[in-house]
Design a protein around this ligand. Sequence first.
Ligand SMILES: CC(=O)N[C@H]1[C@@H](OP(=O)(O)OP(=O)(O)OC[C@H]2O[C@@H](n3ccc(=O)[nH]c3=O)[C@H](O)[C@@H]2O)O[C@H](CO)[C@@H](O)[C@@H]1O
Length: 373
Amino acid sequence: MTGDAVAEGLRPLSVVLAGGGSAGHVNPLLATADSLRSRVPDVRIGVLGTAEGLEARLVPDRGYPLTLVPKVPFPRRPDTGALRFPISLRRAIETARAAITEQEADVVVGFGGYVASPAYLAARTAGVPIVIHEQNARPGLANRLGARFTMSVATTFESTKLSHATRVGLPLRAEIRDLDVAAARPEGLAHFGLDEGRPTLLVFGGSLGAARLNGAFSEAAHDLLAAGVQVLHLTGAGKDVEVPTTSATGARYVAAAYTDRMELAYAVADLAVCRAGAGTVCELAAVGVPAVYVPLPVGNGEQYLNAVGLVEAGGGLCFPDDEVDGAWVRAEVLPLLTDPERLASMAAAAAAHGERHADDRLVDMILAAAGRA
Ligand SMILES: CC(=O)N[C@H]1[C@@H](OP(=O)(O)OP(=O)(O)OC[C@H]2O[C@@H](n3ccc(=O)[nH]c3=O)[C@H](O)[C@@H]2O)O[C@H](CO)[C@@H](O)[C@@H]1O
């Protein structure tokens, strides 16, 4: 597809993208939208999301129109929610279907999350081809449902068990895909108010923050600063850390709820300590930042599966959540920060394992499903 649909006698390609909740769902959607637009300049893009998820802010900020679909949590217990479920699901499907029809969508691309199931069901009844992208090693409920309706199923990881799955990797936003860490570092240090020439630690619990990491680093902040380590800690909205603002060594502890310039946070980091959401793991590997992963201890260890390949390749370490406290930071994290050789070899292993161009492979799949390959 050249992008000049009119010259080829076709109407411009129309794509509806559906997904939301955490940034882990929204960012691959935005990366795919940007990549589609650069490959097919006259593409029409619409996004389906919920009012409650991060997409409500991030999608319009990126310049894409967002249609709100009511959130339909799948009832896990037979209470009043379960009784209302069929009615709210039908309302959500009708809203999704109206948007798909109004936009004359050639293809619906779903990224999981609350909005994806109604979008898949609406696309199916409207006879519109479906493409699915699953970010995590272990697939979510919506994508397991959607995978029954299509042969175009893309995953981030080889190990993911979904019918008809093809591994494409995780689409990264252009500012991360194209990041030159060394070139961006001075801007990053200035942006966050940090100094050149100090070991720099980035702490974050995905896009939502992690109380466990916040508590452990509050406890250990004094020791990190005393060792001359400076810290950028993204705590998550509504979550706080109590940390010293000054130190005898002059090293600073900068805490913020969330940054829209994550590429700059990666550019300043010599080491990250973080959860193991798919976005976190794939972005850190792609830009070659070594990390200590503390997977969220829910379900059957899903987040550990996201990080295991990278950890086995030497690009990171992994610790269980219940070991993490101030003493753990002093024993496991601080020694790494004062070992530049070890950090350099972990960084090289991460970069060799990571990949930057999953967006191209997913866009190929979308164009093929829309009959525009
Ligand atoms: C899709 C998915 O599996 N979501 C899960 C993931 O969400 P979460 O959103 O944390 O998932 P990811 O690790 O996949 O992605 C985090 C994303 O947030 C961005 N970022 C983060 C901080 C910041 O200040 N600015 C910023 O832009 C990162 O660049 C990255 O793109 O882990 C959470 C717990 O750990 C779970 O509750 C979520 O259900």
